[in-house]
Design a protein around this ligand. Structure first.
Ligand code: NAD
Ligand code: TYD
Length: 351
């Protein structure tokens, strides 16, 4: 069968990437999906066991910062589009090792931009560089207001600064070389297959093992949470219907103060684990705050809603329930990712 599109998805073994890869492989049998990932601590091919034998799927173990390997690959596969998710993605790690974030998020993105510019050689018809970014590039909000697509960039962490930089380069390649691109900036994702270093899966794992729940500062920080499968659906829509050169904000219309979310999670975990009401809350431990901790993120997602007809398909209560069920039914997955590198990182971060 002739494949209509040859799509490169970078970072497809990670949390969000694996959901995007699955959605594209299953929904578009006439596209060929190349999942390119260097398999850092966050990349886990077990996430994609169910699609790995599909005829329209291939995995390429390559680092996006390896320019020679990338260029060789591009000659061979002649990709028609890319959905670029590969990144270092955890704020706390970026505080420990900012340069790793510059390497992958900035230089890696540059290497891909150059490779696509060369591959497509100014024949940009039916080509697309889709860059996946975060709302953290906008910096922090006070108690009110929302991030829109025109909010100025004002990143505060090495992670968000590296993502902001990569967004600027993508846009600059559009302006300077005419490279067709689209960018989306999404709020905090949660759901199955998220590495247990981010708030929700870390706390689920700690509750299972009766370990302390480290709440940074006073816990009064606000995030806007979106179920990962709804992010993948938004990415599909933007890939197919988004306007080239535009940015789309994606959010859950779902703001939670950390401590309120943690209390809800504790209550749901007590029910799911059949433990007495209040058991999980006893594990809450206030710890030293994250340096440069952004007070509040909240997305105005009206553009994608009005122009592309997208909105979240599940409520937070439904999404959180599905997430908890998944982690409890997949303790072997949790076990396999919480060994090795992760353990030493965990000790360094929390002990
Ligand atoms: P993740 O950390 O779970 O996965 C990142 C993936 O990229 C991993 O599979 C890793 O192996 C791969 N990778 C890292 N460095 C690489 C390199 N040099 N070469 C090739 N592959 C490499 O991240 P995630 O949470 O799935 O985030 C994916 C993207 O979405 C990122 O660009 C992130 O900035 C963005 N984003 C994430 C969130 C969120 O809440 N998680 C929200 C908005 C945007
Ligand atoms: P996180 O999941 O790391 O996402 P981000 O920093 O990208 O928003 O953190 C979400 C919120 O939870 C953030 O305000 C920091 C806080 N947090 C804790 O209080 N304790 C923790 O152990 C972690 C990982 C996060």
């Amino acid at each position: 069968m002739k494949h209509k599109k040859t799509i490169l998805i970078t970072g497809g073994a990670g949390f969000i990437g694996s959901h995007v890869v699955r959605l594209f492989v299953e929904n578009y049998p006439n596209y060929h999906i190349y999942n390119l990932d260097s398999l850092t601590y966050a990349g886990n091919l077990e996430n994609l066991e169910d699609v790995e034998n599909k005829p329209n799927y291939s995995f390429l173990k390559v680092d996006i910062t390896d320019e020679r390997a990338i260029n060789k690959l591009f000659d061979k596969y002649q990709f028609t589009s890319v959905i670029h998710l590969a990144a270092e993605s955890h704020v706390d790690r970026s505080i420990e090792d900012p340069l790793a974030f510059v390497k992958t998020n900035v230089i890696g993105t540059m290497i891909l931009l150059n490779a696509f510019k060369e591959l497509w050689k100014d024949d940009y018809k039916n080509k697309l560089f889709y860059h996946i970014s975060t709302d953290e590039v906008y910096g922090t909000l006070g108690e009110t207001g929302l991030f829109t697509e025109t909010t100025s960039y004002d990143p505060n962490s090495p992670y968000s600064a590296s993502k902001a930089s990569s967004d600027h380069f993508v846009r600059a390649y559009g302006e300077t070389y005419g490279l067709p691109y689209v960018i989306s900036n999404c709020s905090n994702n949660y759901g199955q297959n998220q590495f247990p270093e981010k708030l929700i899966p870390l706390f689920i794992n700690n509750i299972i093992h009766n370990k302390p729940l480290p709440v940074y500062g006073d816990g009064n920080y606000t995030r806007d949470w979106l179920y990962v499968k709804d992010h993948a659906i938004a990415i599909d829509l933007i890939f197919h219907k988004g306007i080239t050169g535009e940015t789309y904000n994606i959010g859950g219309f779902n703001e939670w103060k950390n401590i309120d979310l943690i209390n809800l999670l504790c209550e749901q975990m007590d029910i799911a684990l059949n433990r007495p009401n209040g058991s999980s809350k006893k594990l809450i431990t206030y710890v030293k705050d994250r340096p440069g901790h952004d007070l509040r993120y909240a997305i105005d997602a009206s553009k994608i809603k009005e122009e592309l007809g997208w909105q979240p398909s599940v409520t937070f209560q439904q999404g959180l329930k599905k997430t908890i069920e998944w982690y409890l039914n997949n303790e072997d997955w949790l076990q396999s990712v919480t060994s090795g590198t992760y353990q030493s990182y965990y000790d360094k971060q929390y002990n």
